[in-house]
Write a new protein. Structure first.
Length: 69
């Protein structure tokens, strides 16, 4: 899909694991982005010796009211 941060859109692949328990569907996953590609940190903050360029994004979403997987 597409990920937009600070007006910068890039194609990303995000692996997601789905699980259902007691009517609640949980989606979990993680992926990495390069912060400088999305212009996160400009000027002196572009120095990757201070703040790494690689950023790990982890998420967990719980949704109810879905049918069985």
């Amino acid at each position: 899909g597409k990920l937009t941060i600070k007006g910068n859109t890039k194609d990303v692949e995000i692996p997601v694991a789905l699980a259902q328990t007691n009517g609640v569907t949980t989606a979990t996953g993680q992926f990495a982005i390069k912060r400088l590609v999305f212009k996160i940190g400009e000027g002196e903050w572009t120095d990757t010796s201070m703040v790494a360029d690689d950023v790990q994004v982890k998420f967990k979403l719980a949704v109810s009211g879905m049918g069985k997987l």
